[in-house]
Write a protein that binds this ligand. Sequence first.
Ligand code: NAD
Ligand code: ZN
Length: 376
Amino acid sequence: MNNFEIKTKIRFGEGSLKSLQDIKNKKVLVITDPFMVKSKAIDKILVNLNNSTYDVFSDIAPDPPIETIVTGIEVFKKVNPDVIIALGGGSAIDAAKVINDFSRQILNDNRVEFIAIPTTSGTGSEVTSFSVITDKQKGIKYPLVSNNLIPDVAILDPELVKTVPDFITADTGMDVLTHAIEAYVSSDANDFSDALAEKSIKLVFEYLVNAYKNGNDSKAREKMHNASCLAGISFNQTSLGINHSIAHALGAKFHIPHGRANAILLPYVIEYNADIKGYTNRDYTLASEKYAEISKLLGFNSATVRAGVKNLVNAIKKLQKELNMPASLKECNVNLDETDNIKDEIAFLAINDGCTKSNPKVSTEKDIIEILNKIK
Ligand SMILES: NC(=O)c1ccc[n+]([C@@H]2O[C@H](COP(=O)([O-])OP(=O)(O)OC[C@H]3O[C@@H](n4cnc5c(N)ncnc54)[C@H](O)[C@@H]3O)[C@@H](O)[C@H]2O)c1
Ligand SMILES: [Zn+2]
């Protein structure tokens, strides 16, 4: 038996922040990053909270470290809020998820409402049971998974994403594409997750370049915000794959932004999973057939599965070029050959990452090293 459910209520579109006005006579704790305070983006939230009192914890840094979570729990205990609002990119939402969950367990308090308001169109964290926390000392990113982490409400107001600089629009947009594609070929994919992933992929190919070139393009921003959330709902069902496993390890070791690491890997992970070397005997893998499906969906020539896979890979490389993104680790100033055993270490971390088990192909450390050699 399969099960599909969405716990999170989703308010979306221009003006959806006004739904915060429904919060009345509550103690609110806003968890966010320093940029949201400095840029006054937070005022767009606070102005709608005039029926309640609020505190702000704004210490969240990208790739949130364990230490910030510990401080956040102390703040939570002091404020004892009725409502948590997570405002920011994946980092702020992920941190707030864990602060909220751990604090509720410590205080044995299940009444707190959790509202996630993404300001990047990338992680889909506003609807997922995932949170990625970093151990900076060990250089390891831990994806935590629990239904207790899923927000009660997500508010997707495109107004908040208009300030995202072009290179972050590119990184986060490619994260969306990677989520949707990994969900689509996941060993746990089903008709429901496929439908969401398909729509997300189409939206990315249609609107990401416009959002990148003109941050004030309201329609492109809104569509990318929706694409991010749709991909989130999809991969929340199916989990991800080794693209994310390797990106987590690279992100923790070299501080490459998450979406950028995913983007560099994506064409090579597709080629690896599709395994079209033996195409002449037409013994295609299910993953290669699904990649070819995506190609068809995007209107590329997919007369054969092999052509479909190749066209998808080429389209992704073309998209990366249009977004002026690096295509190798070298272009991110990372030299894998400089540090002894680093490839083995990354391969070990990737194989043991929680996202690996739903990859369509069973992978070995040797496979991961081969992929690393292609992207270095
Ligand atoms: N929970 C999940 O399901 C999930 C999925 C994928 C990735 N992640 C994790 O999420 C994190 C990445 O999140 P992200 O890509 O959204 O980036 P982020 O939250 O780390 O933010 C990146 C930068 O963008 C800035 N920023 C955010 N919104 C902005 C805005 N509106 N205008 C201008 N600047 C803005 C931030 O201040 C920050 O400097 C990583 O830790 C990654 O591992 C989580
Ligand atoms: Zn991701």
